[in-house]
Design a protein around this ligand. Sequence first.
Ligand SMILES: Cc1ncc(COP(=O)(O)O)c(C=O)c1O
Length: 362
Amino acid sequence: MRQKHSDYMHWAKTQSKARFNLATSGVGSFPLRDLPYDGTKLEINGDNSYGYVPLKRAIAERAGVDPDCVVTAAGTSFANYLAMAALLDPGDEVLIEHPAYGLLVDAARYIGAEVKRFARREENGYALEAEEVRRVISPRTRLIVVTNLHNPSSVPAGEPDLREVVELARSVGARVLVDEVYLDAIYQDTPRSSFHLGPEVVVTNSLTKVYGVSGLRCGWILAHPDLARAMWQLNNLFAATPVHPGELMSVAAFEHLDILREQARRVVEADRVLLNEFLERESNVSAVRTRWGTTCFLRLLEGDVDGFLERLRAEFETSAVPGRFFEMPGHFRIGMGVNTEMFAEGLGRISRALNQAPLLLP
Ligand SMILES: Cc1ncc(COP(=O)(O)O)c(C=O)c1O
């Protein structure tokens, strides 16, 4: 039986909330009242059989690609699923980074692909290393999946490494799926999309994590036009037609993206200062530190993470994501960019939980 659910998503929807919620991955909500938007222009129905042209143009322009390469989808979630469903058949071999965002693995397995893993090693700062891909790639490999920035660690993948991975994929006739939902959290000298590295590359993205407008579900895939057309055809079996009011508001968000991004940037940067101070003083955890990104993946040096996080939530009203959802049960992930006061208090409570109460041994 194929697995027809996601443990992580269910946990995130039902167990992650707390007064001091550090179990986030995206920035805080951008309120509609702050978006320069003329509500009288909102409409229910529109010409969007294969996506609303002004939205496809806005996505294409920002990414520097042809609008024929754009497939819109409900969030990066559905973009990832649609891309994989178009690229993979049951039994196909897919290589997915480890640790990984669980839904990428769940979606590939649901499609019936044979999932193999390549390591992003903590001791190497979770870098994307072509050597690790080379170790597991085979003539049967159809797809290689990476996140950039990496979820959970927020470590960026360098263009030379990505290029090498693309060349490896090319050598066996495979494609590379790069989930770039966190890429724009590199606020300075933001790298261009990996889409430009070759026709083998398929990119997914959305406005959810870095821009604070998750509710619009404005996601997309960038793919070579032939592949993009195939994805639109497959989508006729799934979502068929997008939600038009969402498309209109997404166009408005694109017109003011820099306002959305800057507002969140201030919070992320203030939070990172606090995070670095916390990591300096805490000897019970270690982490690969990054300059950018909305998440940090911490190793608990002693004790059982699930027990610790349960206690953190019950006694300290603070939540974080258990590492088991990234197949790293000795770790946990915290998120920045929502609210600096909340983040500061959450970190303080993690410190208290780490230092005042006895750690549970495994
Ligand atoms: C790597 C990655 N891809 C996709 C998603 C889902 O994004 P969206 O909210 O756009 O569906 C997440 C959410 O946490 C994520 O971490």
